[in-house]
Design a binder for this molecule. Structure first.
Ligand code: AMP
Length: 234
C-alpha cells in the first residue's frame, strides 16, 4: 500500500526539514506547495504573478489554485507509490479535496508536528534558506549532495548558494502567518484527529529525535491502514 503522508503543523514546526528527510529515506517525493509557489514566482509564471503579493503578506492562496496544483503533481508517476505533502492541505476545503483525489490510492497517514508558539517565533526569526536552490539551511546540511563536506558559513551545503532570510519570515509577516495558521489550518487537526491513521509528534525536540518519532508514527499509522484494508496492497 502506498505511503500517502501529510504533515500538519504551524510554520516553523520543522515540517519541511522532516518531510524532506523522511521522503528521501523512503524513496518517495516530498511535495511542498510553498516550494512550488516560490518557484512559480521566481520563474515568472502566470500563477507566480497571481500569488506573489498574497505570499508576501503571509496570507493563503485560494483553494481552487492550490487544489489544482496538487492534483496535477500527484498524477505524476513518481507519486504513485506514495508522497509526503508539506504545506497542503491548509484549509478544510483543501483537505476534503485531497480525500477525494486519493480515494483509490489507499489511506492518508496524518502527522501533526506540535511545537509551542514561543519556540516557533524564535525559530522563524533565525531560519535561513538558499537563494539559489531554495533549500532550508538545516535541510541542505543534512541531505544535500555537498553534505559531509566542509561547510562554508552563509553558504548552502547543497549547491553553494548564498543563504538568505525568506521574505515571509520577517517579523510582521511571521505574526500574520501564525494568525492564519490558527484560524484556517489548525481546524484541520480536528478534521483528522479521530482517524485511526492520525498521529501527533513532539516537534520541540532535537531534529534527530523528531525524525525517529516521525518514522515510528508513520509506520504505526501505516500498519493500522493496512490492517483496515485487510492487508491488501493497493
Ligand atoms: P510554506 O512554505 O508552506 O510556509 O508556504 C509559503 C506560503 O505559500 C504561505 O504563506 C501561503 O501564502 C502559500 N501557500 C503554500 N501552501 C499553501 C496552501 N496549501 N494553501 C494556501 N496557500 C499556500
Amino acid at each position: 500500500m502506498a505511503l500517502n503522508v501529510i504533515m500538519l503543523g504551524p510554520p516553523g514546526a520543522g515540517k519541511g526539514t522532516q518531510a524532506e528527510r523522511f521522503a528521501h529515506g523512503r524513496g518517495i517525493p516530498k511535495i511542498s506547495t510553498g516550494d512550488i509557489l516560490r518557484k512559480a514566482v521566481e520563474d515568472g509564471t502566470e500563477i507566480g504573478g497571481l500569488v506573489k503579493a498574497i505570499m508576501d503578506r503571509g496570507e493563503l492562496v485560494n483553494d481552487e489554485v492550490m487544489t489544482g496544483i496538487v492534483r496535477d503533481r500527484l498524477e505524476k508517476a513518481d507519486a504513485r507509490s506514495g508522497f509526503v505533502l508539506d504545506g497542503f492541505p491548509r484549509t478544510v476545503a483543501q483537505a476534503v479535496a485531497l480525500d477525494d483525489m486519493i480515494l483509490d490510492r489507499g489511506s492518508l497517514l496524518v502527522i501533526d508536528i506540535v511545537v509551542p508558539e514561543t519556540e516557533l517565533v524564535r525559530r522563524l526569526a533565525g531560519r535561513m534558506i538558499c537563494a539559489d536552490c531554495g533549500a532550508n539551511a538545516g535541510e541542505a546540511a543534512e541531505s544535500g549532495s555537498l553534505a559531509g563536506t566542509k561547510a562554508h558559513p552563509g553558504r548552502c551545503r547543497r549547491c553553494g548558494g548564498a543563504l538568505v532570510q525568506r521574505a515571509d519570515d520577517s517579523n510582521g509577516v511571521v505574526r500574520e502567518r501564525l494568525k492564519v495558521y490558527h484560524c484556517q489550518t489548525e481546524p484541520l487537526v480536528e478534521y483528522y484527529r479521530r482517524r485511526p491513521t492520525f498521529r501527533s509528534v513532539n516537534g520541540a525536540q532535537p531534529p534527530d529525535t523528531v525524525a525517529t518519532d516521525l518514522e515510528t508514527a508513520v509506520d504505526a499509522a501505516h500498519r493500522v491502514a493496512m490492517a483496515a484494508s485487510g492487508g491488501v496492497p493497493r
